[in-house]
Design a binder for this molecule. Sequence first.
Ligand SMILES: [Zn+2]
Length: 346
Amino acid sequence: MKNAFFPVYKDDGYTILSLNSNQRNAVQVLVSKIRSGKYSFEENSCQCGATSTHDDLIVTEKDMFGIPNVNLLCGNCGLIRSQKVLKENSLSNYYNIDYKPINYNLQDVGAKEYYESQKSRGKQFYELANKYAKPQKGQHIYDMGCGAGGVMHYFNEAGMKCFGNDFSKEYLAYGNSQGMKLAYGDMQANQDAEEDKFDFFILAHVYEHLVNPYQYLKEIFRKLRIGGILIMEVPGVYAESNLNNGYPLSGCQFAHVVNFYNQDFLTAMFEHFGTSVKYGDEHCTFIVQKTENTNFDSKFEYVPKDPQYLAKLKAHLALTSKKYKKITNPIYAKRKIAGIIKGKVY
Ligand SMILES: [Zn+2]
C-alpha cells in the first residue's frame, strides 16, 4: 500500500550516505547479484505474529547505501521490516563477501582502533548493568557478534571472564590478546559457551539481523543462569535523531531483518516469554533477567495497546523527515551534495 507521503525514499540509484569508492564498488557488485537473480529472496513475515489481514505501508524502497530494499511498516504493530530477506545460501554468501566492504571501510579501521571505538557503548552497558545487577569479579559474560570485544572492556577490567563470537579473525585476535575467549563463527563455535553458565549476555545491534530471532533468544536464555541478565540493544524508531543518522528511515540497512523496533513491542515480547524487564527505553536498550518462568515455547502475538499508535508513528516519521530534508541541516546538505557530485551508484 502507498500513500502521498510514503515511500520517503524511492529506489532511484542514489545512496543516502556519502560512500567512498570501495563502498560504491561493493554496492554495485551486490546490486548486480540482486538484479541478475544470483541472490534469491523469501518473504519476511512480521515478528508481531499477525495472522489477520492488514495493510502494510511501503515506507522506503532503498537502504542507506542505496541498495534496493523495500521496507514495510506493519499495519498491525508498527515494526518496520524488510519486505524480503535473502534465502539461506544467498544470506551466508552476502555476509561472507558483500557485507564488510559495504558496511566498513576495513583498510582504515585496525583491530585496536575498532576495540577502542566499541568501548563507549560498553561503558554505557557496564553502568546500566551496575545499576540493575552488580557485576562481580569471576562472573561470566558473553557477547554475541562481539567484533574485537571492546564492548566487554569494562567488564574485563572488573575481573569478569569474557567470551564471544564473530567473523573477523583480526578483530577477535585483538580481544583474545586482552584475555578474552572469542571464537570465530557463530555462537556454536565457542566451545566455552555452555548452558546455564553466564551471568550476563550482550546482544548489541545483532538481533535486528536475525532471521529466526525467537530461536536465538531461546538459545541465549539457555546460556544464562536463572537470575542472569541479557543486555540488548536494537534500533528504535523513536530513538532521538542525532548527527550520525539524522532521520530514522535514512538509517535503514539491507542487512536488517527488522529495521526499527519500539519499547512497547520489546517489553511485551520479553514479558510474554516470562523474563523480567528491569529497564527499557525508546533507544531500545533493554536489561532483561531470566526467571524460573522463562520459556520460549509459546507463540508471541502483539497488538499495540494504544489504538492511535500507527497514526502517531506515521505522523512522527513525516515530521522528522521534513525536519531532516532541509538544506540547512548539515548532514542532509553534505549527503545531497555528495550525491550530486558523485552521481548514481548504479
Ligand atoms: Zn507486525
